[in-house]
Design a protein around this ligand. Sequence first.
Ligand code: TYD
Length: 132
Amino acid sequence: MEIVKYKLQQHGDERGHLVALEEMIDVPFEIKRVYYMFDTRPGIVRGMHAHKSLEQLLVCVHGRVTVLLDDGSEKKEVVLDNPYEGLYIANNMWREMRDFSEGAVLMVFASKYYDENDYIRDYDEFLKFVGK
Ligand code: TYD
């Protein structure tokens, strides 16, 4: 399984830093939705689902989070701990987000509007869906 991380362009100067994301340029899809997770309680695991067609880019804009990716054959853990790195997650990928540091903010750019029908929330169903 290939981990696809995007190095986001920083526009830093003596005043501080800024990162801009433009669809089809910095993000490999048209951005239909943006959401972010914050105030995640210690010990909480979020995600625990896959998407049938949604693509996402995850950016930990503050703090640190560990993302587990599982394509049905292989599992990999990725730590996101800086605001200029984006983790691309294609469809058909089981994901879990854990070990949120205190104050962590995880921003997600998504290729589609929210659609519960696109979710696979049962792991066995996910394995079946990806032919494992
Ligand atoms: P949920 O899917 O449980 O978050 P995660 O799986 O990433 O831990 O989402 C929590 C709630 O927010 C759930 O009621 C659905 C709602 N929600 C939206 O309304 N729009 C969205 O874009 C997302 C991601 C969630």
